[in-house]
Design a protein around this ligand. Sequence first.
Ligand code: BT5
Length: 355
Amino acid sequence: MYFSSTIYCPYCPYSFIKICAIVNGIIYIVNKKLKNIIQHLSDGEFHSGAQLGKALGITRSAVWKLIRQFEGLDVEIQSVVGKGYRLPRQIELLRAAKIKKYIDQQNIDILKEMRILDEVSSTNDYLAQYSSCGKNGIYVCLAERQTGGRGRQGRKWLSPFGANIYLSLLWPFFKDAGELSGLSLMVAVSVIQVLRSLGIDKGIGLKWPNDVVWRNKKLAGVLIEVFGEAHGTCNTVIGVGLNIGMPKTCAKKIDRPWADITEITDKKVSRNKITGLLINQIINNLAIFQQDKFPAFLNLWKKSDILRGKKITIVMQNKRVNGIARGIDKSGYFLLEDEKGQLKSYSAGEISTRL
Ligand code: BT5
C-alpha cells in the first residue's frame, strides 16, 4: 500500500511528476507553507505572526500574505492585535497513519494505494483517471478540498478546505454494470453504520436514493460512477461527501437545508477516525455486496428510511408524480403508490424525491 500527501499528475500516475498548474481545467496547487500554518494553528491557540514566521522559516509579512489566502479557502481565522492568529474552529488535517488505525489489516492489505491530496477538482475525477489509465485494483483518494466537487446530474458539492470528508474509492467489479443496482444505497447505509458506531444516531436517516440526513437536512451524499464495462467487468468510483464542520462562511452557499456532525453532537469527532471507519465499513460492505448484492442491506435500509409511509413527490426531468412512499424493493428501486393506488417502481437514475 502506498500513502502520499503530495499531488501528482493524475494523467500519468506512474510518472509521479509533481505539478503546479491547470491541467484540462483541473487546478492543482501545492502550497505546503499554507498547510504548515494551518497545522501550527490547529491547536486552537493564538500564535503571533513572529512565532509562525520563526516556525516556518519565513518573514512576518510572508505569514500575513499566507493568512490572507485563508479567506479564499473558506478557512475562518481570528486575528487579534497583540495576540496573533487563531482558528476559531479547529482543523484536523488528514493523516494517513491516523486513518489507517481504523482500517482492518486485511482491508489495508487489499488497498493498493491511499492518496491524500491537499486540493483536487474532484476525488471521483482523480480516480476515474486511474481507471482510464488501466489501473487495476482498489484505490482510495481523499482531499482536504475539492474545487469542483460534484453531485449527481452535474450538481455541485461544496467542499471547503479541511472541513469535511471528501472520499472516493475505486473498486473493480466482476459483474455487468446492470448488476450493481442498489450500490449507492449500500454506501449510504455504510455511512449510517459508521455514525451509529460513534453513538451518532438520533435524528439520522436515509432519504432515497443517496442522502444521509439529520432531521431532514443533508449530512452526506453518495455519487457512484461506473467505467469501462466489458465482458462482465467494470470499474466503479464510489464517492462520499460527509459534512463534519462546515465553516460559517459556507452556510448560505448551499441551496438546500444541510447539516454537519458538529451541529448534531457535542462530542469531538476525529476527522481521521471517521474517515478510517468509513473506508473500512465500505470495503467490508462491498465484499458482501459482491456476493449477495443489495438484498443483504435491505433491512438496514428499511430501519433508517425516512420516506416510507410519507406523502412525497417524485421529480423527474419533465414531470412530477405525487404519491405515498412504500419503501424500496430488493434491487433498491423506489416504490411509490400513486394517487390512483397503483404501485410503481423507480430507479435512481434521473429522479429525486421531495417530502
Ligand atoms: C450527492 O449529489 O449527494 C452526491 C455528493 C457526492 C460528493 C462526493 S465528495 C467526494 C466525491 N467527489 C466528488 O466530486 N463527489 C463525491 P446530489 O444528490 O446531486 O446532491 C447535490 C446537492 O446537494 C446540491 O445541488 C446542493 O443542493 C446540495 N449540496 C451541495 N454541497 C453540499 C454539502 N457539502 N452538504 C450538503 N448538501 C450539499
